[in-house]
Design a protein around this ligand. Structure first.
Ligand SMILES: Cc1cc2nc3c(=O)[nH]c(=O)nc-3n(C[C@H](O)[C@H](O)[C@H](O)COP(=O)(O)O)c2cc1C
Length: 137
């Protein structure tokens, strides 16, 4: 089964989450800034943060370039200052491409300046791994 974990990260939080779940899934996390090839994928994990109340424009633009036929299922994982903010814009782009996106999303606290300092922490990372384990069964 082909699995891909992609991320966009400004402060390193999404990278940390992406690398942890990629380890769990036995693949390498890929930074979208390296323009990874996404082909023939059963499960695509999309990891990012929230900036100015929205998903990252770079991630939105990258997702728009995907071929919907090449991806069977997508999962969204988001860290944010708001802790529970979902990746609504990313979901909309993937859905428009015809890619099913799991209703359940992973969200966690991501520090912004002093607020939420230390997050995503060990427990957040463990929760992300648990999320992946539960949806990949
Ligand atoms: C420039 C900037 C803007 C942000 N704006 C928001 C925001 O509007 N709402 C929010 O909940 N978090 C906001 N955050 C917090 C990030 O979503 C959070 O730190 C996230 O974990 C960042 O992930 P990253 O390190 O992978 O980029 C912002 C962070 C930065 C750096």
């Amino acid at each position: 089964m082909n699995i891909s974990v992609i991320y966009y990260s400004k402060l390193g939080h999404s990278k940390k989450i992406a690398q942890a779940i990629a380890d769990e899934l036995g693949v390498k996390a890929q930074d979208i800034r390296d323009n990874p090839e996404i082909k023939d994928i059963e499960s695509l994990y999309v990891v990012s943060g929230i900036y100015g109340g929205k998903s990252a424009p770079d991630m939105l633009e990258f997702l728009k370039t995907l071929d919907g036929q090449q991806i069977k299922q997508a999962y969204l994982l988001t860290s944010s200052g708001g802790k529970t903010t979902r990746a609504a814009e990313l979901r909309a782009v993937l859905t428009k491409l015809g890619i099913p996106v799991a209703e359940e999303e992973f969200t966690c606290q991501g520090a912004i300046f002093l607020f939420g300092m230390g997050h995503p922490n060990k427990a957040d990372i463990q929760n992300a791994i648990q999320f992946v384990q539960s949806v990949s069964q």
